[in-house]
Design a binder for this molecule. Sequence first.
Ligand code: GLU
Length: 463
Amino acid sequence: MPSAPAAKNAKKPASKPASKGTQHAHGGGNGELLKHPLFDELGFPSDPNNLYRQTVSSMLTAADMMNLPHHLKIILAQPKNEIMVNFPVKMDDGEYRLFKGYRVQHNNALGPYKGGLRFHHDVHLDDVKSLAFLMTMKCSLVGVPYGGGKGGIKVDPYKHSKGEMERIVRRFTAAIAHQIGPDYDIPAPDVGSNSQHMAWIADTYSFLSEVGGRQPEAVITGKPIEYGGSVGREKATGQGVVDTLTEMLPEIGIDIKGCKFSVLGFGNVGSWTARILQDRGAKLIAVMDHTGGILNDGGIDAHSLAAHVSKAGGVANFKGAGRIDKEEFYETKVDVFVPAALEQMITEVEAKIVNCKVVAEGANAPTTPAGERVLESRGIEVLPAILCNAGGVTVSYFEWVQNKTCHQWELDRVDSELNKHMILAAKKVRDARKKYKCGLRTAAYIAALERLQAAYAIRGLFP
Ligand code: GLU
């Protein structure tokens, strides 16, 4: 599959529909749900809207249910390393600006740290910690030999020229070059970053790494095909969402063929999920992103919309649909709703009005605990992110294997290997749900924790 031009890979995410004020107004709901003695023991932030507290809390629910030993709970509740760097970069006007970058290495019990780099003006350490934590869980669940990490730069990539972005990315790479490596910590794209950025990172790293080091480009995945990338990586997260739906929908009584769906965020994950789902016979009805909402009951062509977004920068003014506001978007009746933008977008407010049978989490942590409780009470099934969006990192693993073995796989092989991982992960989640009689998110964490627990039992704790 030819990949889209590198510069167009990263799309702007939808802006968070609930303002910070709105979220705080509903913090009480999250607060009741986020009590655990470990939070005090480890000195967690007390704000119930803190994403890190929310994500760890979901893991602890699972850990308590499966009686995970206390030492594993505390190890997994905090990252191993939190790296923060401040670095100067010369702007096009000759002035210097200081940027802040992050790399959080959460856990490497199962293999090297692995996870994306987010380029966004609103990146904070606690967000990066949450996302790194989720990578550990995701990699464990989907059966790849990696731990979890995440990083980012506090920058709006759409506000800089290509030259400025290149200098920012290369300078950030130099700042963390001694903390990453093909066998130690392997970054990748995330919101706001694309394959061109990955190429600059690989190139910069190759100059700074040991002379004669093997395959320095394996330090990062999500690269352009021309420079060590893998076919199928660009669409991989969307492909994984569709593979998960294909596995999970039949038991919920929904046929993909003819099912109606809506998507929040039309960047890499949202647009690929929509295109692949449509090719399987489903109908895209509504989309919302940072430029607004659109609706067409007769169906929106996902391929034409993707072409429009790559030119216009957002879904607004797409000819094949009418405009809708935020409430109308959430209230649109569909079978499947795919949040594929940022974290914490489905709070109690949105959860009360969504009109769907299934929420397929394409984004990381899009649903707050209070939002999830509302969805549960309304009988809406949530396919959790650590299962649903694990396709990206799985194909990143294939890219890394191809780099290490100096080999290139064909698209059929990438897709079928990905499908095997997704089917197995979905089965583990279903089995855990049956055994523990719990929701799918808790079941997904239990399945992920079981693999980590087994690794720790064999490895032991040094010294
Ligand atoms: N950023 C993606 C994620 O959240 C991909 C990570 C990777 O490929 O390492 O899963």
